[in-house]
Design a protein around this ligand. Structure first.
Ligand code: PLP
Length: 372
């Protein structure tokens, strides 16, 4: 099946008891045993399995081309599970502009637990190689990255990680499996905040881990999922799967709109720089072209001036909403540095834009009047 068909059909079946085309939401926390004590339907207790969650996991697994998937209540707890599946004194090599909350998680919670971590520029392959330690078990990348939209060469970093016996985990939240399938480029594990594009309508949180192999590491992930229960509810699973049905079409439209906005902004006299991997001037353009099938809907612009000038632009938009997050139908604009903790390296004149599915001429006009 092709992507568009997989997005709609993988994990899906017509309800066998009623013929319902839209799957029911199974709220039951518990499931009946057979007379002989077995569970012939495959369900026992909702922390372990639920039909809506299983369907979502199967769908994501198919789209990413993995061997197994595990759904979580948020992208953050999916990341937490990846770290918990390691052991104290293991080392994680992570990107220097890793999603801010995950950086905090490693530097505070997991450092206290004994997990070591370093943060490096993953586009500098010599530095990546030099930073690997004997106890490095996981190399984590995020490409494109947030909010600087840096592009990491997945295959090149996978090769370095594997030479040193480490696994490569790729956060694929910004690209989605429609535009980039990291498992085909050497990654061992893909992680998502389904809160963003997969859900796609800014109305449901979730996370997803997809593994290339059903190995001991993935089984540990499933063990943590079942033992600790940081799972999405049946309704959240249902909503996320509903969102994924239109993912291929949404990603195409997000990408098309975003490229036009990026081209407009890069010509604007009040814009110092536009960070978008679909622009040929972007440092990661060639690598992005090699490993992506489109460039997505997220970008950042550096407004001429400093924080005050950037805030003034954000204050004037009328169609864009001033809000965090990305991946929904509505366009959003955000001054990143002031939402991240003090000490952030994000430039003070940076505004991150999540380009939604409105008509692109309206979006360009809105940014034009705000920048004027
Ligand atoms: C949003 C996001 C996360 C965290 O996901 P939540 O669902 O908000 O917990 C992790 N990584 C990236 C790249 C994100 O954009």
């Amino acid at each position: 099946m092709e992507r568009e068909t997989q997005a709609i059909h993988a994990g899906y079946q017509i309800d066998p008891t009623t013929g319902a085309i839209v799957p029911p939401i199974y709220l039951s926390t518990t499931f009946e045993r057979d007379a002989d004590g077995s569970y012939s339907h495959g369900f026992m207790y909702a922390r372990h399995h639920n039909p809506n969650r299983n369907a979502l996991e199967e769908n994501s697994c198919t789209l990413e081309g993995g061997a197994g998937a595990a759904a979580f209540a948020s992208g953050s707890v999916a990341m937490m599970t990846l770290f918990q599946a390691l052991a104290p004194n293991d080392h994680v090599l992570a990107p220097d502009n890793l999603y801010f909350g995950i950086q905090q998680m490693l530097k505070t919670l997991f450092a206290g637990w004994g997990l070591q971590s370093d943060f490096v520029d993953m586009t500098d392959l010599a530095l990546v190689e030099k930073s690997i330690r004997p106890n490095t078990k996981m190399v984590l990348i995020e490409t494109p990255s947030n909010p600087l939209l840096k592009i990491t060469d997945i295959q090149a970093v996978a090769d370095i990680a594997h030479q040193h016996g480490a696994m490569l985990v790729c956060d694929n939240t910004i690209a989605t499996p429609i535009l980039q399938r990291p498992l085909e480029h050497g990654a061992d594990v893909v992680v998502h905040a389904t809160t963003k594009y997969l859900g796609g309508h800014s109305d449901v949180m979730g996370g997803m881990i997809v593994a290339k192999e059903n190995n001991a590491f993935f089984q540990k992930i499933q063990e943590i999922q079942a033992l600790c229960g940081a799972i999405p509810s049946p309704f959240e699973s249902w909503l996320t799967l509903r969102g994924i049905q239109t993912l291929p079409y949404r990603m195409a439209a997000h990408s098309q709109n975003a490229l036009k906005v990026a081209e407009f902004l890069s010509q604007h006299p009040n814009v110092e720089a536009v960070l978008y991997p679909g622009l040929s001037s972007h440092a990661g353009y060639d690598v992005a072209k090699k490993q992506m099938e489109g460039f997505g809907g997220l970008m950042s612009m550096l407004v001429k001036g400093g924080q005050a000038e950037a805030m003034a632009v954000a204050a004037k938009v009328k169609i864009f909403a001033r809000a965090t997050s990305f991946g929904g139908t509505h366009s959003l604009i955000e001054h990143r540095a002031s939402i991240e903790a003090p000490g952030t390296k994000t430039p003070q004149n940076l505004l991150r834009l999540s380009i939604g599915l409105e008509n692109v001429d309206d979006l360009i006009a809105d940014l034009g009047q705000a920048l004027a």
